[in-house]
Ligand binder design. Structure first.
Ligand code: UDX
Length: 442
């Protein structure tokens, strides 16, 4: 069976590689010729460990073809996956322009029955909209061709994208009739993951609800960290104790300076916009978003309280990407933190193994290096923002020698406070630590 995937972004390319790995022939369609050219040479538009090698071998086996010829691809494929972007509008709602364009193109390319599957994260009711647009195109062409539109959301995480796409916890398929369901059963017949069949709208909401719930879990622990700090309680231990309850689970319960990335911030705001549109604004989610938006400022207060003024203080930022093992800085906490540091007139240096060039263009006034020790040379405080292995396992003994003042702020609660104290650092995490003025100065 052949599959066409429209949209050569993170989700589109990963989905295509996963299908190709399972033995399907995949046409990946995109309008960006430069991107296609690079992909044809196995150069990815994003960083994902090991993925370029896999892509290279799939290209050699001709299992995957990158093309801008949508007509041809649709003609040769039983399944048409839509994986284009749904970026946020100023209101927070998802912009469906690309989805609409692609639906039109599919409508003009259709020659016989096809199963059209929406992989992009889309607002509830988009499946219906896509169906309507395709029908309109067919009417214009005076063609009576049968087709189905299915919702099959993606749950992959950056940094482990291919693994998540190949071995998902569950596959959610939203369809409206038996034919579409049978097609999807055939497509996923070799998959070991449980498949949940729902209707289209349910599948669309499952995607938003899952991301919103995980984001809320993080904001819950982050807000609790603020309180536990006041109470003198270590949030990491509280989180551990809570996570051991199977009903709660330990994942996404690590306090930090807030979540970022291309999904959580965007999807939570989009779900909020949708809930307001129907007159039922989600209050818990609204609070979760609010906590995340103020988490950096709350964290920054700890630093500015310590120094009084940050003017001309030299601060080293460790990690720029929104999470480790990616080069993505979309909605990265580091960017908000650097902005605040510069507003406070601090001198900033930074380290990241994968994302330096882009951050340099955003903040030309900061010095960025690919050596973590250089980034904290002579600093008054070091702040860990992204838990890259290169940072967590850096030579902290040498790091202590390099810094001017040994203040260490752990924005991800990943360092061992006792160990750091042994190296001679004053350690402060999120809801963990003792850098409060009263502790330091009696
Ligand atoms: C997320 C979802 O996990 C994935 O299912 C969906 O398809 C896309 O959005 P991703 O954005 O790649 O994936 O990263 P994820 O690992 O979920 O982390 C998101 C953010 O939450 C990161 O900034 C991370 O640092 C933060 N986080 C995560 C915490 O602050 N604490 C935690 O305990 C876990």
């Amino acid at each position: 069976m052949n599959i066409t995937v429209i949209g050569a972004g993170y989700v589109g390319v990963t989905t295509s590689i996963a299908f190709a790995e399972q033995g399907y022939h995949v046409f990946v369609v995109d309008s960006d010729k430069e991107k296609l050219e690079k992909l044809n040479h196995a150069i990815l538009p994003f960083y994902e460990e090991g993925m370029e090698e896999i892509l290279k071998s799939l290209l050699e086996q001709q299992q995957l073809i990158f093309t801008n010829n949508i007509q041809d691809a649709v003609r040769q494929s039983e399944f048409i996956y839509i994986a284009v972007g749904t970026p946020p509008l100023p209101s927070g709602a998802a912009n469906l322009e690309q989805i609409e364009q692609v639906s039109k193109a599919v409508g003009s390319a259709l020659q016989e029955y096809r199963t059209i599957v929406i992989k992009s994260t889309v607002p509830i009711g988009t499946g219906e909209k896509v169906e309507f647009i395709i029908k309109e195109q067919l009417n214009l062409r005076k063609k009576d061709i049968k087709f189905d539109v299915v919702a099959n959301p993606e749950f992959l995480r950056e940094g482990s994208a291919l693994h998540d796409a190949l071995y998902p916890d569950r596959i959610v398929v939203g369809c409206e009739n038996v034919r579409a369901r049978q097609m999807m059963e055939k497509l996923y017949q070799h998959s070991k993951a449980p498949i949940l069949f729902t209707n289209r709208k349910e599948a669309e909401l499952i995607k938003y609800a899952s991301n919103a719930f995980l984001a809320t879990k993080i904001s819950f622990i982050n807000e609790l960290a603020r309180v536990s700090e006041e109470l003198g309680v270590n949030i990491s231990i509280v989180s551990k104790g809570m996570g051991m309850d199977k009903r709660i689970g330990a994942d996404f319960l690590r306090a930090g300076i807030g979540y970022g990335g291309s999904c959580f911030p965007k999807d939570t705001r989009a779900l909020l916009a949708m809930s307001s549109e129907v007159g039922m604004p989600l209050k818990i989610l609204d609070a979760a978003v609010g906590i995340n938006e103020t988490q950096v400022t709350w964290f920054m207060k700890k630093i500015s309280n310590l120094f009084g003024s940050l003017e001309d203080k030299h601060i080293g930022v460790l990690g720029l990407t929104f999470k480790p093992n990616t080069d993505d800085i979309r909605e990265a906490t580091s960017l908000k933190l650097i902005k605040e540091l510069l507003l406070h007139k601090a001198i900033v240096s930074a380290y990241d193994p994968k994302s330096t060039a882009l951050v340099k263009t955003i903040y030309p006034e900061i010095w960025i290096t690919t050596d973590p020790l250089d980034a904290i040379n002579n600093v008054d405080a070091a702040i860990l923002v992204t838990e890259w292995d290169e940072i967590v396992h850096m030579d902290w003994k040498e790091a202590r020698r390099r810094v001017r003042q040994p203040y260490l702020f752990d924005g991800r609660n990943v360092l061992e406070p006792k160990k750091m104290a042994e190296y001679g650092f004053y350690y402060e995490g999120v809801g963990v630590g003792n850098l409060r003025k009263e502790n330091l100065h009696g």
